[in-house]
Design a protein around this ligand. Sequence first.
Ligand code: ATP
Ligand code: MG
Length: 296
Amino acid sequence: MLASELRANQAMGLYSINTQQRVRVVTVTSGKGGVGKTSISTNLAVALANSGQKVLLLDADMGLANVDVLLGLNARYNLSHVMDGSRALADIIVEGPAGIRVIPASSGVQAMANLSQTGHVGLINAFSELSFHPDILLVDTAAGISTDVVTYARASHEVIVVVCDEPASITDAYATIKVLNRDHGIYRFRVLANMVRSSQEGMDLYRKLLLVTDRFLDVTLDYMGAIPFDEYLRKSIQRQRAVVDLYPRSKAAMAFQKAVSRVRQWPQPEAARGCIEFFVESLFNSEAAAEVGAGG
Ligand SMILES: Nc1ncnc2c1ncn2[C@@H]1O[C@H](COP(=O)(O)OP(=O)(O)OP(=O)(O)O)[C@@H](O)[C@H]1O
Ligand SMILES: [Mg+2]
């Protein structure tokens, strides 16, 4: 439905779609908080950029200690300033290490859904006209399974579920996958284990999750690998740097490099769903709001 709406709007001349430029949209989620979503989003972003990809990182968590803090960036404005017309999109985007671009979101998707039709078109055009054309758009989300998380996941091509070795992490990851699958039709998930003490532990975590999803859901879970527990990652956070930059030989950094090679093997999004306009337009679809509570 969205793809056809997008084409209809385009046909009416409301905005142009840059079909040349395909972007892979990846949402990072976990259910449980504090398992490493932001550390993973930022380091994956920088490692992907180091591998030659153009990376846009959307900080969709309105809480504290986010992407800008982890990377020591000075983000003065956010997407709400673009929506109220006080800033241009290009003005709120900050440049991070390895040339990644960061969009501080700091306003829920509801605010976007509430924009007028002109506002929607304006925002789509703003993304469409950016001079920076990303190959990949990573979305770092807040903990839990809020409307925002659902909306970003629905608008993405890939969903990474971060898990660590705590019972609550597995149950919350399962609950997230269940809601996204049963209520929102998402069927493929990439599982990334974090803070593991051995590679076996990562695989075991994946298997635990697979056992329950295979039994109760119709989903494909792909193992994306594991990021070891690494003091160098903590040190890098204290210094507001990416571990892949500051300690490139650390275990965590090498694991991020491995994860990058997996991401680069993922299938390309289909043309109709692969433009940034499609992503932005998908965020206006507030159906997710009504459905998120109904999962059970
Ligand atoms: N691989 C790792 N090795 C060591 N420590 C880690 C690792 N990953 C994350 N941490 C620690 O866990 C803390 C929480 O990580 P992070 O902020 O990335 O989690 P989050 O899932 O984004 O949290 P929130 O749900 O609050 O957004 C970090 O500050 C860091 O100290
Ligand atoms: Mg976070």
